[in-house]
Ligand binder design. Structure first.
Ligand code: 5GP
Ligand code: MN
Length: 362
């Protein structure tokens, strides 16, 4: 078996793949030879890949003498607080204006801005115009479909299961592997583990496993990281899952579809916290024969929607076309400004249009 870099990606098509050019890499290497002010930003409600990539890259850059700040456009779940550097994240939440002022200053004074795990500026909500207008060189590293071209440099690959592995590659391209430590490796491993659904989704290839193996050799502990992320449920989260599965999961056999809706009232009653709904959508998809699973819940300011599918059915297309969203072919998200009931009706009214595709794979 070759090293992780020698095991190539299956897709090397420019619709799916845009590496850093040799010139860009040389420019980046030259820049990073002297201490730089660096801001790293990731998407709204960051998951383990978003935050793990950001903190892994931040750890690496800090070790190499740079001044680095990780900025998020929202809070993030408590189960990511074990990641080294998570307590220093500048999180812009609606509750306080101070982080926004700080984030604005950090973006405006940065030499370099890394944009990780998103490729459309709308994904960083209130921060999008600040980042767009910042004078710094911007480097986007991502694996979502249909990127916007807002960055100076792009390292973008749809066939990569996670942004974390693209950061691993970037560090390798910068000849920096020797300065990786167990903390950096653990952050990246967490992103790789969660974005492959613990190495179960169809984005898991030899390459993901090879990079995971390298991260483990660098000190990432698979069972410990799995426990820190998956086995730290609060009782209220489990009650939320129990309630959703027993009372709210609806199966529509004629469309091979399952969905769950949760109102603000229900979330409040169940004391749901940020991150508690993560993974809930996958239960629908675990039902035999189901091709499309949906979770819709009321965040107050909007309805957040998660889509998951099997095989050729593209939830990216569905989310992009009808719910102001996007993501990957089999895992996408979106939102709606309609009420929860109206959003559900809109979704149900769309199903006949997709019937043929939904029944194709049963
Ligand atoms: P989730 O359903 O877990 O929130 O997200 C599934 C995938 O879709 C993730 O890769 C996420 O980054 C992407 N995604 C989630 N919400 C949105 C959205 O509103 N817009 C876009 N473009 N992508 C989203
Ligand atoms: Mn990701």
């Amino acid at each position: 078996m070759g090293s992780a870099v020698e095991i190539g990606y299956k897709l090397l098509n420019s619709d799916y793949f845009c590496p850093l050019s040799m010139d860009q890499l040389a420019e980046l290497k030259a820049l990073l030879k002297s201490p730089q002010k660096i801001a790293i930003v990731t998407h709204f409600k960051p998951d383990a890949d978003a935050l793990g990539s950001s903190l892994g890259l931040a750890g690496f850059l800090k070790k190499n003498g740079h001044e680095v700040n990780v900025i998020t456009p929202s809070d993030f779940p408590d189960f990511l607080l074990w990641m080294p550097g998570s307590h220093e994240v500048v999180a812009h939440t609606k509750k306080s204006t101070q982080p926004l002022a700080k984030a604005t200053r950090l973006f405006q004074t940065a030499d370099l801005i890394f944009c990780l795990d998103f490729s459309s500026l709308s994904r960083i909500n209130d921060l999008s115009e600040i980042v767009r207008q910042a004078p710094a060189k911007k480097i986007m590293v991502d694996h979502h479909l249909q990127p916007e071209s807002f960055a100076d440099f792009q390292k973008w690959n749809v066939s990569a299961a996670s942004t974390a592995q693209l950061i691993f590659e970037l560090i390798e391209e910068l000849d920096g592997k020797s300065s990786m430590d167990a903390g950096i490796a653990s952050c990246l491993y967490a992103g790789l583990m969660t974005d492959t659904g613990s190495f179960r989704h169809n984005n898991t290839t030899a390459r993901e496993l090879a990079i995971a193996a390298e991260l483990v050799l660098m000190g990432a502990n698979p069972s410990e990281i799995a426990r820190l992320i998956y086995d730290v449920n609060s009782l209220s989260k489990l009650r939320l899952v129990g309630y959703a599965l027993s009372q709210k999961l609806v199966v529509i056999p004629e469309y091979n579809t399952a969905y769950i809706t949760l109102s603000q009232d229900e979330l409040k009653k169940l004391d749901a916290q940020t991150g508690d709904t993560e993974g809930l959508v996958n239960y629908g998809l675990s039902i035999k024969g189901i091709q499309l699973a949906v979770l819709m819940y009321d965040r107050g300011e909007e309805i957040k929607i998660s889509f998951r599918s099997l095989g050729d059915f593209s939830v990216n297309e569905l989310a992009r076309k009808h719910f102001e969203g996007g993501g990957h072919k089999n895992a996408s998200g979106g939102s709606s400004k309609l009420s929860l009931e109206e959003t559900l009706k809109k979704f149900l009214d769309l199903l006949p249009e997709y019937k043929k595709k939904l029944l194709n794979h049963s």
